[in-house]
Design a protein around this ligand. Sequence first.
Ligand code: LMR
Length: 398
Amino acid sequence: MFEHIEAFPGDPILSLNEDFQQDPRTNKVNLSIGIYFDDNGRLPVMKSVAEAEAALLADMGPRSYLPMSGLVAYRQAVQALVFGENSPARVEGRIATLQTLGGSGALRVGADFLKRSFPNTELWLSDPSWENHRVVFERAGFTVNSYPYYDAATGGLKFDEMLAAIKQIPQGGIVLLHACCHNPTGVDLNKEQWLQVIDVVKQRKLLPFVDMAYQGFGTDLDDDAFVVRELARQGVSALVANSFSKNFSLYGERVGGLSVICQSADEASRVLGQLTGAVRANYSNPPTHGARVVARVLTSPELRADWQKELASMCDRIARMRQAIHDQLRAHVTGEKLSRYITQRGMFTYTGLTADQVDRLKNEHGVYLLRSGRMCVAGLNERNVGVVANAIGQVLKG
Ligand code: LMR
């Protein structure tokens, strides 16, 4: 029956992470997957999260099915965090928000909804984009195209080319945008550039699908959501996927959200209904635990203040590590290209290392990056940064 089934070629991120777990070398360093590790190389349990969990455990109660759209308190908290507590679109009930299985689940449910609602529309991704974007949308039946984004020569953005390409997208086309901390390049648009993109979106009547998996890792929770809030403010219909994997360090709980900005409360309620139908067809309803934890932290003033402090200190540590790898690499590399380690934002830096060089880093030094050259700087710490810089230096020597 299954003779014709081909071997799975693996996933460029998750399979590599599994290879890392199997690697017996004790000096190995994981800079492949987008996970924040602390200065001791450990995955942190945030204090605010642990406190919320302890309180929930003391008051666990029965666990029936959640509604298909998820926990109500969680959905409201997600909406307030993503759009701002007093967002007019939110107050007017024009945003449909549902709980999803992480950011990937939000993308998939959104993709299913869009495919049913706009069967002939195509999608445009930045070049490059998170590897799984293409997979999710192609599996949902979309033709996936791309628009220029990263400038390998400068380590910055090809903004004019990006904008020119978006201007060519046919009316109704779906354009996937990264709200902040672009994955994989770490290169973001500034506010002025976002406003120009939104103008084009409006002129061309495009449908933005914004992926915000790293809210809080760029500038701060509010600034990182600039494009999302501006779309809502300007009344542009759009989808927004968000995730608490990174900013709550709750990777395995799969807590995310999908919000759709609509033109009226009535439209939002019909859209929510259709999204709910997509959830039922995929997995019926989401799990309880992660959503209860996140809702508790976000709605309790003390826990929320603690959480924001913890998140800010994670960002400070990443900034220190960016500076450290930059400084250490100076001993090995000359030229301006190093500045990208500092200027790129969020968890990732696009190093410019080739796939062959990345393979050598892994095979000869036990240092894991993605074959695209993406490095997760949040995996660096005081103890491994010298080892990593040295390994890169050796590989660059040829
Ligand atoms: C990443 O980009 O490494 C993370 O978002 C993890 C994943 O699911 O790919």
